[in-house]
Design a protein around this ligand. Sequence first.
Ligand SMILES: [Zn+2]
Length: 306
Amino acid sequence: MRTAIITHPYCRKHKMTEEHPECPARLDAISDRLLASGLDIAIEHKTALKADTSHYALVHDQAMIKEVMDKIPNEGLTELDGDTWLCPDSMKAIERAVGAGILAVDEVVAGKLDAAFCSVRPPGHHANQSTSSGFCVFNNVAIAAAYAKTKGVERVAILDIDVHHGNGTQDIFKDDHSVLLCSLFQHPFYPNTAIENHQTLINSPLSAGADGTDLKALVEQQWLPKLQSFKPQLIFISAGFDGHLEDDMGGLKFVEQDYQWFTEQVVEFANSSDCLGIISYLEGGYDLSSLGRSAVTHIKALVEAG
Ligand SMILES: [Zn+2]
């Protein structure tokens, strides 16, 4: 697939407390590994657009947007929740984290790209309409999905493979049946969402210790049949890699080959349907080595599969 990586140097400027796992080095781990892989030359490199309040307001309350902007400190850090902070440059990163998905939607809907990986931070899938939490300020993937709908895309699927439940994305789209959300996650585990399911909400909890065999079973039995009946015109992936065996943030046992297999399934589905393309957004992934390897394996599968 014609694939781009979309990022911006400003995404490194968002810094939280010392030793915070959601750190700028995560993006370096991905870009360094991409360069070393030689895959670098097979993909397009694009610079994220600068998003603005009109984009955030597609899914977030005005009061929440104002609160985030008002809390940007002149120096030091301000706290949004117990594990999410803002620094003086956070807004620069947030604008580009959201803007990456806006550019990706524009390019894919225009037929210029088949796939994009938004290598940005802060992540987004725990942020709901009114609250930032869990390292997430605004919900990047939800904003991009809502933006795609303003561009005439009628049915959107979001596949969330982060070790944590995509609770913010669920809150935002729970009552919107034009958006299918499939989320796998370790359970019980943060953010401890009550599990519910309906026609456009597929929650797939996994016990600690679950591995690629369990991933394959749930994707084949639950997600692929739902994708086939829902017929999304655009697919988003909330690509968290904190379910990797080597990532201490969670207790799942996925390895690079599992992310490869998953990505191949999504590409094959997209190619066999009327889907415009695949837009993947970095969410979690905190062990730098496995994050870099997993993200590049995922990008490689976007490029080569199908
Ligand atoms: Zn996570």
